[in-house]
Design a protein around this ligand. Structure first.
Ligand code: EPZ
Length: 429
């Protein structure tokens, strides 16, 4: 299995192109199941999760064609992929495919809406908590589906089709919002989703669905209204820039010092995290072509953060921010409220010399002067990259094992960092 070896090498300077967002790309690809016409997605990132989802969609009967080249090879534009679900040949999403990635469970919404039936394995994904599917089941039931769980599969049916409804999510869920919104596009009548997720990826999906002929208003607020239509048609849509990749590199620069332009990044997608970085001592310059992040001379300041649904501080940046705080000049408190088990990076950061104490869902991080390289391992995507960030300033070599987690969500990580002066390489085992 590949490893990433990072050696502390001073400040980062240069340009990092920001890819299309993984967490927007996945639901957008799944939306292709809603129509027999072609859905063309531009700026699709080249990631293991995208490839896994392509396999799942193919199993349902989706044809796809890759056009263009990878990001960086054609002036910063991502890949363009054509998806066409001319005929759905199978409404079962099997365990072997779904267990690898939680988002693949989301096919349940479009399959149910278009085919009036779906049988989808209970999901897998990063080991960051129990991550149940009750909100999916409840909201689809509210839309008129019969929902059962049998032998590890969620079995859904809606003879005669889904019906519009008013449904209030008891808890904010990005995935359940994506799924209920997709399902409601083909339901009879109006659906109102309350306490919906407001994440930019929900807005991006809504934009694409509207381009496909759906009638949706309110995406980006906590109340989304969907007027069902008989069918959707093809469209072309460009995946929005990855705010988590943006925040990750911004934190890397805040950690190492230096000056980097995050090309194509959109500040409006991560205002909260950028404010936190400013408070931590980084200079953030929002420009037309991206975001310039610098830290020259100033120390890293401790800042307390609590993860929250959008527009709050994202849970997907919590590990990276913790890495940064390990070198702050003081103590910070980082509280995780979204997932109950998202502190696996703590013990790995400790291997590098970080001083972190856990108090329930809060990590108390006392900044240290030096980190020292060591072999480390992470069990989820964002935790893995937090170890890379720490490795960028650690003395000596940090070897990050289980690199496949990084490949799920970071396109060309080593290349992007190397181009800015990092000493980072992949070693095939
Ligand atoms: C999405 O996951 C993201 N994944 C996650 O990013 C992200 O951490 C998360 O949203 C929160 O922002 C993708 O977009 C592919 P949720 P999702 O449903 O939709 C609970 C990454 O690193 N819940 O908003 O699965 C759940 O357990 C990944 O890129 C229920 O209780 O997250 C959690 O505590 C990791 N019942 C909370 O809601 C349900 O039926 C929020 O989860 C569904 C969720």
């Amino acid at each position: 299995m590949d490893k990433i070896v990072v050696t502390g090498n001073g400040p980062l300077n240069g340009v990092i192109p920001i890819s299309g967002a993984k967490n927007a790309a996945l639901p957008l690809m799944i939306a292709s199941l809603l129509t027999s016409d072609k859905l063309i997605l531009d700026n699709l990132p080249h990631l293991a999760d995208v490839e896994s989802l392509i396999r799942i969609l193919t199993n349902h009967g989706v044809d796809y064609k890759v056009e263009g080249k990878r990001l960086g090879q054609n002036g910063g534009e991502g890949r363009t992929v054509h998806f066409r679900a001319g005929e759905i040949v199978d409404t079962t999403a099997p365990y072997e495919l779904v267990s690898r990635m939680r988002a693949s469970f989301w096919v349940i919404g479009p399959l149910l809406a278009r085919m009036h039936e779906a049988r989808v394995s209970l999901p897998g994904g990063c080991a960051i908590g129990t991550r149940p599917v009750d909100l999916f089941i409840d909201s689809l039931q509210a839309l008129g589906a019969n929902m059962d769980v049998e032998a590890g599969y969620v079995v859904a049916s809606a003879k005669g089709g889904l019906r519009g409804t008013r449904y209030r999510f008891p808890k904010v869920s990005v995935g359940a919002t994506h799924v209920a919104m997709m399902a409601a596009t083909l339901a009879k009548g109006e659906t109102v989703l309350e306490n919906a997720a407001r994440e930019p990826e929900v807005v991006d999906l809504a934009k694409c669905l509207v381009a496909m002929g759906a009638k949706i208003s309110g995406a980006g607020t906590s109340t989304i209204t969907i007027d069902g239509v008989d069918e959707l048609h093809g469209a072309r849509h460009s995946v929005l820039p990855d705010r988590i990749e943006t925040g990750t590199y911004a934190m890397a620069v805040a950690m190492t010092g230096g000056d980097v332009l995050l090309q194509g990044a959109e500040a409006g997608l991560l205002d909260n995290a950028l404010d936190v970085l400013r408070a931590a001592g980084a200079t953030i310059d929002v420009r037309n072509d991206g975001i310039r992040v610098a830290r020259n001379g100033s120390d890293i300041q401790p800042v307390d953060v609590t993860t929250e649904p959008f527009p709050g501080f994202p849970t997907d940046l919590q590990a990276q921010f913790m890495a940064l705080m390990t070198r702050a000049g003081g103590t910070s408190r980082i509280t995780e409220t979204i997932f109950e088990n998202r502190f696996m990076h703590v013990q790995e950061l400790a291997r590098l010399g970080a001083r972190i104490a856990l108090d329930g869902q809060t990590a108390i991080v006392t900044g240290v002067q030096h980190l020292t390289g060591a072999p480390v391992m992470a069990t989820d995507l964002r935790a893995s990259v937090s170890l890379v960030i720490a490795g960028l300033v650690a003395e000596g070599e940090t070897t990050v094992n289980r690199v496949y987690h990084l490949d799920r969500g970071f396109e060309r990580l080593e290349e992007k960092l190397t181009n800015c002066g990092a000493n980072i390489r992949r070693v095939s085992a």
